[in-house]
Structures are given as C-alpha cells and as structure tokens.
Design a protein around this ligand. Structure first.
Ligand code: G6P
Length: 613
C-alpha cells in the first residue's frame, strides 16, 4: 500500500535518499510515485503515474534538489492512478506539500468549505484537502506546527502524514493515526518513513509514533507532541532487521527466496518453544494458563488474506483437539457484524504486518467488548503487536513479496503451538500424543527442504502442461480444503488465474457444472481419514473431463488411479500436513506466474500491507 519517506539533514540533495527509500517500499504495492524537495525557499515537486523507475527518469529530465524532502508511493483509493492524483499534493501557492497514507473520511465536507473559501483543487484525492487545510490554518495563525495540529483535529479517518513548508527550510512535520509512521534517528540527519526498509540504509533507530501524535523533525533534533500540543517522550526503538534481509541474495524474486527460507523459518519458530524437559510448549509473553483458559467458552480467529487461512487451520485444529467452539472470520466482516463476544471469549488476531486496518479495528472492537486478545504478529513493534493483550511473534523475518509464503508457514506453526498449549493446559492431550506430535513437528524443516529439493522439477513439468489453464479449482476436505484455499489465493494473486477453492463434498452442489474438458483441478488429499471421500470427488471431476493434479502424502499411492499427476509430500502427523502440502502449491503458483511472464513480487492492484479499509 502507500509508502512515505522523508529526509532532513546535511546532505545537499535529499532526492537520492528519497528515491532509494521509495524503491525499498515498492514491494508494498503502488501505482504512482512522487517527491517534493525544498530549496532556496521554494518547493519543487515531481510526480508521475507508474513505477519509481519512471519517477527516476522524470527527475533526470527535470532535476530538482534540496536538503529537505518527502517522497511517496500511492495505491489509489480516491481517484484513478494518474499524475495529478499522485502525491505530494500542494497548497495553491505551492508553499505547503503533503504526502499521506490512509483515508480522510470527511474530506468531501472539508473540500466544500475550502472551495467556498476559494481553494482550487487539482486532484480527485482526499489528501489534497489536507494540504489546503494546513495552508488555511497557517495563513490564519502563522504557526505551522499549530496549523498541522488543528488540521489533525479537523480531519476524520486514518493518516500517516509528511508535511513540508517553504517558509521552514529546516524541518519536516510528521503525524499519524491508524497508519504506521516512524521517525528515523540519524546523526545530524533524521528521517520519516511508513516502514523501516525505507531508511534501513541510514539508521536502525527510530521513534514509533503513536496514534494522534505529530513530530517536528529537524536535522539536529526531533520533538514529538500529542494532538493537544503537549510534548511527549518516546523510547528509541532499534530494529534488528538488516539491509541484507531486504535483498534477493541471488534469487530471481523475493517470493522464491522467501519460499526457500521456510525450513529455517519453521526451525526458528520451533526452537525455544519447548520446555527444558521437552514435555510442554513454552510461549513466552503469553499468559494463557489453565485458569484463564477455563474462563473461555469460545474462540474467534480474525485476520485477512493469507493470515485468515492460517487462522482457519487453527480453527480445524482447536475444535478437534480442545473441543471449544471456534469461529474464524475475515476481519472486514467481523468488525461490522456486532460479533457475539464478551469477557469469556478469546480472540486470536493474525497479521504478518501488524498494521492491516481491518484486523487492527477488529482487535480494538474485541478489547472494547471485554474479550482477551492474542496477537500472532510478524512485525515487531507494529500496531497490532502493541495493542494485543498477548503477542506471539512469528519470527519469519522480513517478508517482501506481496504474496505471503514464509509468513503463512510461521503463522501455521503458531497455530500448532497454541493448539498444543491449550490442549495441554486443559488436560486434553496425553503426554504420549504430545511427544509424537512434537517429534513430527521437529521433522518439518527437513521435510520442507526435501520438497524444495525434489518437487521442483516435477512442478515445472506440470506447469508446462497446465500453463494454458484458464480456470482452476482446488478441492479438498477438512484441513486439505483450507490448504486449497491458500493455494487458490496464491494462483490468483500472482498468476492472475481465475481459481476457486471448494470443499470437495460441496462440488456437486454447483461448481461441478463448470467442470469441462481440460479444466484443471488441484486435489489436496493428505488427510488419510478422508482419503477415500476426496478420491471419489476426484473421480467425479475426471468423469467430466477435468485434468487433476493431486497433492498427496507418501504412501497413499492409490491416488494415482484417479489423478493425472501427483506430487507427494513426506509422511507426517495428520495435524501437520497443511504446512507441507502448501509448499508445492506455492511453487506451482510461482512457476505458473513465471511462465506467464507476470511481475511476481509486485502483482497488479495488490498491496503488501493493507492499511486502509
Ligand atoms: C494483503 C497481502 C496478503 C496478506 C493480507 C493480510 O492482502 O497482500 O499477503 O495476507 O494483506 O496481511 P497481514 O499483514 O495482516 O497478514
């Protein structure tokens, strides 16, 4: 989604800092880019629809430079992607320039009032309102910080803002509400950024702004204020991620690199999670003991996208192993349905970025209703991590590709650990069974490596065979159905193929009508208890001309009687198959997208972190 970077310091020209920052934010998804810099009391702005590369070309043709600057990548919400709608937006006399992430919900009424006052708008964006409003307050009072503060009080919605003013050539103003923004701390130079990669080349230290705070950023100092104008102090947060984590290290795409990182990610998420005697799960930071759990009569798992599917894996496991009713909901539905939750509900929210707007709102709603909220989060220090009652970090490291892979695996591991922990606390898991599952879990990293080494040639062969597919169905039962949902999402996201996941038993109730000669059906068949049932469903689609690519567990060779092609995963415990079965799906989506020539790391219309509703 949109990205912000800003610089104030000793460098004669901030443009290279801004451009490299914007390039590091490209992975988040965007459709236009722009910069504004201040020099000799005037603001220069260059912006364009399209990639940062295009902005770079524009800057070569029409250079600007200045010691203070802001940059932005836009993901369109109000108005189409265009040069005019790209940020920065500026006031009518070009004195004030603004970049913004988020949505100003009351922009129309503010715009009407500003137009009555004579302000002329050049874009369809909500953001332009902010530039004019700051200008209006500034003209009335002559104090820029105060003008920004009054603007924040007038606007409704979410924002991360960077503001430049021609009258103040030594400063930037930043503000945030429900959209992340950090102030990076350098030596005689400081930064603002919507995400740490934008400034990681220069600093790992930053202040994480809280909601409704604004920062006055100069080269030699940073002051942070609340919305009432009181100065507040913040601790310096030091990011552990290094620049290398944000590089491809020889892989053609970040997505492939991240797929190959999964054995390590899974290992990292398992090590130190077992007690010294090896007989219990230890989840540091989580205070969900027997007493707390006995007070809980239902669980909600709430998330978006891939994280939602990781949560669904959790639902199937928790219900089966701890016999507590579990509802799994996408956050955008949960937050508006007046969910039936109270202080006897455990709400588990899952988010890689920790900043997804709907998930964050679902968390806040759950807390307001008295529920206990456990966050499963990858980004340390993110909003969801800070607001949840308990946090289990997923230790997946930086995930750059828009299509989530290693973060999903880490989230699924988190669901395994939580399920086992709750089952043990509630005395529902005999030690013998626990030890069997634990042993199987510890084999997962080498089993994933095994799939990555052995399955790729076969998958590439199947991709060649199925590359012209136009419609793809993923079918399975139980946990296999959930895995199919994630596989189908991956194929949509990066290969732009129409694909639908279906509960295998539900096919006959409609979608089977769409099966015709050569329709590709991916059958996930790893749940041995359901093997024969899904096999029958595969026969049904075969009888109607479908081609079937099955993902099965070693030993279930019977699948070869019905499927055209089979990819086997190593044998494991029934509750752990999802993580293994998903790896061939990731590779299949990746190589399909590669074969179709798509922009794998930056798929069209998608954003890595969705910070607006
Ligand atoms: C976007 C991303 C997905 C991600 C989803 C939830 O749609 O493209 O990859 O699964 O958001 O993101 P979160 O950061 O909350 O896990």
């Amino acid at each position: 989604m949109c990205g912000i970077v800003g610089y104030v310091g000793q460098k004669n020209n901030s443009v290279p800092v801004l451009i490299s920052g914007l390039e590091s934010l490209e992975y988040r998804g965007y459709d236009s880019a722009g910069v504004a810099v201040l020099s000799n009391g005037a603001i220069g702005i260059r912006k364009t629809k399209g990639k940062v590369e295009k902005l770079r070309d524009l800057l070569l043709e029409q250079p600007i430079s200045g010691k203070v600057g802001i940059g932005h990548t836009r993901w369109a919400t109000h108005g189409v992607p265009s040069d005019e709608n790209a940020h920065p937006h500026f006031s009518n006399d070009d004195k004030i320039a603004v970049v913004h992430n988020g949505i100003i919900e009351n922009y129309q009424e503010l715009k009407d009032e500003l137009q009555k006052k004579g302000y002329v708008f050049h874009s369809d964006t909500d953001t332009e309102t902010v530039a004019h409003l700051i200008d209006d307050y500034y003209k009335q009072g002559g104090d820029l910080l105060e003008a920004v503060r009054l603007t924040l009080q007038a606007i409704e919605g979410s924002y991360a803002l960077g503001v430049l003013c021609a009258d103040h050539p030594d400063q930037l103003i930043a503000a945030r509400k429900e959209s992340p923004l950090i102030v990076g701390i350098g030596e005689n130079e400081n930064f603002i950024a919507s995400d740490i990669p934008a400034i990681l080349n220069y600093t790992k230290n930053a202040y994480i702004l809280e909601d409704k705070e604004l920062a006055l950023v100069k080269a030699d100092g940073i002051k942070i204020y609340d919305i009432d104008g009181n100065e507040v102090s913040h601790e310096v947060y030091t990011y552990k991620w290094d620049v290398e984590a944000a590089q491809k290290n020889g892989y053609e795409h970040f997505m492939l690199k991240e797929i190959y990182e999964q054995p390590k990610v899974v290992m990292d998420n398992l090590s130190k999670r077992f007690s010294a005697d090896g007989k219990h799960i230890e989840l540091d930071g989580i205070k969900l003991g027997k007493a707390e759990l006995e007070n809980i009569d239902q669980i909600y798992i709430v998330a978006c996208g891939t994280a939602y599917y990781a949560g669904l894996v959790g639902k199937y496991l928790l219900e089966r192993m701890v016999r507590i009713p579990v509802n799994s909901e996408v956050a955008s539905e949960f937050r508006y349905k007046d969910p039936l939750i109270d202080e006897h509900t455990l709400v588990i929210v899952i988010s890689q970025s920790g900043e997804t707007a709907d998930t964050l709102s679902a968390l806040k709603l759950s807390k307001a209703k008295g529920a206990r909220v456990l966050g499963i989060v990858n980004a340390v220090g993110s909003s969801i991590a800070r607001e949840a009652d308990d946090v289990l970090y997923t230790l997946a490291g930086f995930e750059i590709a828009v299509a989530s892979t290693k973060a999903f695996s880490a989230q699924v591991i988190a669901m395994y650990l939580i399920t086992l922990h709750i089952a043990q606390e509630l005395d529902m898991l005999p030690e013998k069974d626990f030890l069997e599952i634990k042993e199987a879990m510890l084999r997962l990293p080498s089993q994933i490596s095994d799939i990555l080494t052995k399955a790729v040639p076969a998958i590439r062969k199947f991709v060649n065979k199925y590359i012209s597919s136009k419609n793809v169905f993923y079918i399975g039962r139980g946990l296999d159905y959930v895995v199919g949902m994630e596989g189908s999402l991956k194929l949509k996201e990066i290969a732009y193929l129409h694909s639908e996941p279906y509960a295998a038993g539900e096919l006959k109730h409609g979608p089977i009508a769409l099966i015709e000669k050569a329709t590709l059906v991916v059958g996930v068949v790893t749940q041995e208890a359901l093997f024969d049932k899904t096999k029958s469903n595969i026969k049904e689609v075969k009888a109607r001309g479908a081609k079937v690519l099955a993902i099965a567990m070693k030993g279930n060779d019977g699948i070869e009687e019905v499927a055209d092609d089979v990819i086997y995963i190593p044998r494991t415990h029934w509750m752990l198959t999802s993580i293994l079965a998903n790896v061939p799906q990731q590779l299949f989506a990746y190589y399909m997208a590669l074969g179709l020539g798509e922009d794998i790391d930056k798929p069209r219309n998608l954003a890595k972190s969705v910070t607006v509703e």
